[in-house]
Design a protein around this ligand. Structure first.
Ligand code: XMP
Length: 326
């Protein structure tokens, strides 16, 4: 019967069987899925697992600090952080096509993990020779949307599925590949992960890179990061975290509109709020966020974030929209 305890036990056993006495690294993204995958593998193979957090420069405010403290403690495995923002932003410079962005990010994650192996081996001690396994928190819907389900088209290449390069030498360990998000959360709770981790809203591995419509650069990332932090803060303060499945905040970097501030003309960019309600991210509806909360977010973003002079609300369900804009 389906209980989180049964499933967790079976998944741990399957990982033990797959990895044998091998060694693994697990990329942590700051999301629920990779945290639960890491915790399962840690329970299965203990200190033969090392976690890797890639700071690709596409993170939200506070994310790195949260992973380095709360996540590392809850999972119980050593953590290596890579400072790879320059690498990712260098490869993304000038790129506007969403699928191209996704493929670059998917490829560079793997290159970062390859660089992490030497450091993982040092941490693992004298007898460690190689790390053959890469743990990913891939879920069933990720596989389906990337075109991996039976007879389905590619909607978008999730960075860890369709976005993987052809020359990956790691053997993938994907314990959550048949699960939906609510099941993953239940397994995470069963493993003792705190609510601050299992209750987190989904956030895509490619991060803010796929929430800037247009080319990605540091200044645009700073703008989006500031707007996102305000939206998250106000939604949380309004008690909406359990009503809203997730709320992408998107910067339309190639769009400008005229505004007025003080007695001057502005010519800035719009920020899109995309609050959605969903069961499994396969379908979604736009969340009817109270007007007062929307007004507060709009006022704060236009006052506090330079270059943004307009806030718009996305009122499209999925389908026909998707949750992320790219
Ligand atoms: P869409 O935009 O396809 O998103 O409606 C469905 C869910 O998947 C998340 N998402 C991703 N997660 N890597 C991830 O880890 C990705 O490349 C990716 N693309 C979309 C999205 O945030 C939503 O929860």
């Amino acid at each position: 019967s389906w209980t989180a305890a049964n499933i967790a036990e079976q998944l741990i056993e399957a990982v033990r069987e797959q990895v044998g006495d091998g060694r693994a690294i697990c990329g942590l993204s700051g999301g629920v899925d990779s945290a639960v995958a890491a915790a399962l593998v840690q329970r299965a193979i203990g200190d033969r697992l090392t976690c890797v957090f890639v700071d690709h420069g596409l993170l939200r405010a506070g994310e790195r600090e949260q992973v380095e403290t709360d996540f590392a403690a809850a999972i119980g495995a050593p953590l290596i952080t890579l400072d790879d923002a320059d690498v990712f932003l260098g490869h993304l410079a000038g790129v506007t096509d969403p699928e191209t962005k996704r493929k670059i990010i998917g490829r560079e994650f793997i290159r970062s993990f390859e660089r992490a192996v030497a450091r993982a081996l040092e941490l693992q001690g004298d007898d460690a020779e190689s790390v053959d396994f890469l743990v990913q928190g891939t879920l069933y819907p990720d596989v389906v949307e990337s075109g991996g389900g039976s007879g389905t088209a590619t909607i978008k290449s999730h960075h860890n599925v369709g976005g993987l390069p052809d020359d990956v030498e790691f053997t993938l360990v994907e314990p959550l590949r048949l699960l939906f998000k609510d099941e993953v959360r239940a397994v995470g709770r069963e493993l003792g992960l705190p609510e601050a981790i299992v209750g987190r809203h989904p956030f895509p591995g490619p991060g803010l890179g796929i929430r800037i419509v247009g080319a990605v650069d540091k200044q645009r990332l700073d703008t989006l990061r500031a707007a996102d932090a305000i939206a998250r803060e106000e939604m949380t303060a309004a008690g909406l975290d359990s009503t809203v499945w997730q709320c992408p905040v998107v910067l339309l970097a190639d769009v400008r509109s005229v505004g007025v501030q003080g007695d001057g003309r502005t010519y800035g960019h719009p920020i899109v709020l995309r609050p959605v309600s969903s069961e499994d991210a396969m379908t979604a509806d736009w969340t009817r966020v109270p007007y007062e909360t929307l007004a507060l977010i709009s006022n704060r973003i236009t006052n506090e974030v330079p270059d943004v002079n307009r806030v718009v609300l996305d009122i499209t369900s999925k389908p026909p929209g998707t949750i992320e804009w790219e």
